[in-house]
Design a protein around this ligand. Structure first.
Ligand SMILES: *Cc1c(COP(=O)(O)O)cnc(C)c1O
Length: 395
């Protein structure tokens, strides 16, 4: 049998939604990945912030394998222990009251929006359906979460999107008040650090203004922790660093450590909004995904989070003011690098040198596994630094 090359197979049969790097990854161990040619890479992307403890982590594998070989799926018609225990762990660690499980970040946000709309419609009237989100935000790819995403270029070919989304610039407190005044509001929704938008943390002043307005006017505050959550920023959830009390928190990416799971956490105010039949998901709360997520969440204790912050500080100090680097932004191990040279070029060069990085808009973005050993982190940063400093353009 003649084997088609992986690139031609992909091009022929897989929908062309992704620009892929010319690499076929075949296995991983810890923070290292191996391609089909046997070449090794240090992983500074974690599959976009997903593989929190790297690849083939013994504890995570044990949790997942044990559940996988016992019972892989039941639907939500029955009880399963991992789902209930994960919900308990998430609530106990955050003070939130209820959890709805889904399979992705977009779905976690869909649920958050449904909860906020139902709460506000019941409390204030059906015209209170508008969701205020931020310009340059990213909340997902479904038609509703695309509408929530404050970036026009994602919208243009898919009109009409779900109506009722209003955008305000991050930092524009006056604009925020005006938006709420002019649009009967069901929720305010934000990422504490805009990830896809370029790894941009919101200012303390702005997030506290959002919190104040939301509390004063009984508007549910939704914090999208899909990328920032689960230890990524050096805090269990980024909102904790800002001292916020969100009503709804959505998360996904790093939660499952590599398995698809989304979670929508509901605080006191909205805990009873969803009743029987209001929402659902066939896979949601899948026992294998929940067992993996529980093993991830249980390891994110204060010592571990302090180590994430320390590694983040190392990266910041190693890269700040380095040759060819204009600025470094982010929190913990969620880092954006503004470079003199095009980010794409730097990422390609790093890949050739055995380091896999991401981009976010015009920046190089780093989301390494949270447990990356210091020596590997230093090796990767040396490669990234050299690529940023490189003067000659090879066009
Ligand atoms: C990735 C991301 C999403 C979408 O998550 P999917 O799992 O791809 O649906 C939503 N919000 C934020 C902040 C994200 O980074």
């Amino acid at each position: 049998m003649i084997m088609q090359s992986i690139t031609s197979l992909d091009q022929e049969y897989v929908a062309g939604t992704y620009g892929r790097f010319p690499v076929e990854l075949v296995s991983g161990k810890g923070c290292m990945l191996t391609d089909s040619q046997g070449k090794e890479y240090i992983d500074m992307g974690s599959g976009i912030g997903v593989t929190s403890f790297g690849f083939a982590d013994a504890q995570w594998l044990n949790a997942v394998n044990t559940q996988l070989t016992t019972l892989q799926h039941t639907s939500n018609l029955y009880y399963t222990r991992p789902c209930a225990e994960l919900a308990q762990a998430l609530c106990q660690k955050t003070g939130m009251k209820k959890v709805f499980f889904s399979n992705s970040g977009a779905e976690a946000n869909e649920c958050a929006i449904k909860v906020a709309r139902k709460y506000s419609a019941q409390k204030k009237g059906s015209q209170y359906y508008n969701i205020i989100t931020l310009i340059n935000s990213f909340h997902g790819r479904t038609l509703t979460t695309l509408a929530a995403t404050g970036q026009d270029h994602f919208h243009k070919d898919f009109q009409p999107l779900t109506p009722g989304f209003v955008y305000v610039a991050a930092g524009d407190i006056e604009g925020l008040y005006k938006a709420v005044e002019e649009n009967p509001t069901a929720a305010i929704m934000m990422e504490c650090v805009q990830g896809e938008g370029g790894v941009l943390p919101l200012s303390e002043k702005f997030v506290h203004a959002v919190q104040r307005l939301a509390s004063e006017q009984d508007i549910p505050l939704i914090v999208d922790e899909v990328q920032t959550g689960n230890g990524r920023t050096g805090y269990l959830y980024a909102y904790m660093h800002f001292g916020l009390t969100p009503d709804i928190v959505s998360t996904a990416k790093g939660l499952g450590g590599g398995l698809p799971i989304g979670a929508t956490l509901m605080g006191e105010k909205v805990q009873s909004v969803l009743g029987p039949g209001d929402h659902g998901s066939t896979y949601g709360g899948n026992p294998v995904c929940c067992a993996g997520a529980l093993s991830v969440i249980n390891r994110l204790d204060e010592d571990f989070l302090a180590a994430v912050r320390e590694k983040g500080e190392y990266v910041f100090s190693a890269l700040s003011a380095a040759d060819g680097i204009l600025s470094v932004s982010g929190m913990g191990l969620m880092i954006g690098i503004e470079t003199e040279r095009p980010a794409k070029k730097i990422v390609m060069e790093c890949m050739e040198k055995g380091v896999l990085c991401l981009t976010a808009k015009t920046k190089v973005r780093l989301l390494p596994p949270l447990n990356i050993p210091m020596d590997k982190l230093k090796d990767a940063i040396a490669v990234i630094k050299a690529a940023c400093a490189c003067k000659e353009e090879t066009e």
